[in-house]
Design a protein around this ligand. Structure first.
Ligand code: SF4
Length: 166
């Protein structure tokens, strides 16, 4: 297989240093590949939750009752804030916006921060707001995977580098 020098990479805005997380902070990922991909014009940055109109800061949110992103996308779960507010609609819109942007811009890959109810792909939290993790996808990661985008978490950047080099 030839190296993929064309496809773009959808990337979580907070990983790129944008202060868009619920707590008003960023979580920048410092890696030489990020600088290289940026210089090559391959990175397409999105904060799905902000694209859906959510504000910064905002209350933390989790997928309720240990459901997965796939289940919420299928109408079998919901996303709630710590305040109890139901933000399922916003998270659905966030996932749709990310898929639409990936399609418009030719992103075959995504590099998303883990643990988020939107961007998580290795783990998410179980909905109890007690810090308990479970394996699974957030809603944006699940929607991107369903759309054929190959999703890598921030901890898997080396795998993405290898994948692109194949
Ligand atoms: Fe970061 Fe994704 Fe949460 Fe936006 S939705 S703050 S990009 S983890």
């Amino acid at each position: 297989m030839q190296a993929d020098t064309q496809s773009k990479i959808l990337v979580s805005a907070c990983l790129m240093g944008h202060a868009v997380r619920y707590d008003g902070r960023a979580k920048p990922l410092h890696h030489p590949a990020i600088a290289r991909w940026r210089a090559e014009g391959r990175l397409v940055t999105i904060c799905p939750e902000m694209s859906a109109g959510m504000t910064v800061p905002r209350p933390p949110a989790e997928i309720a009752e240990a459901a997965s992103g796939e289940e919420v996308l299928a109408g079998k779960g919901r996303v709630v804030e710590l305040t109890g507010a139901d933000v399922t609609e916003e998270f659905l819109r966030a996932a749709k916006n990310a898929v639409a942007l990936a399609r418009q811009t030719g992103c075959h890959y995504a590099l998303l921060i883990d643990g988020s109810p939107s961007c998580g792909s290795g783990f998410i939290y179980d909905g109890t707001f007690s810090g308990r993790k479970q394996a699974g996808n957030g809603m944006t990661a699940a929607a991107l995977k369903a759309a054929g985008v190959e999703v890598f978490s921030d901890r898997e950047i080396e795998l993405l580098i290898e994948r692109i080099a194949q």
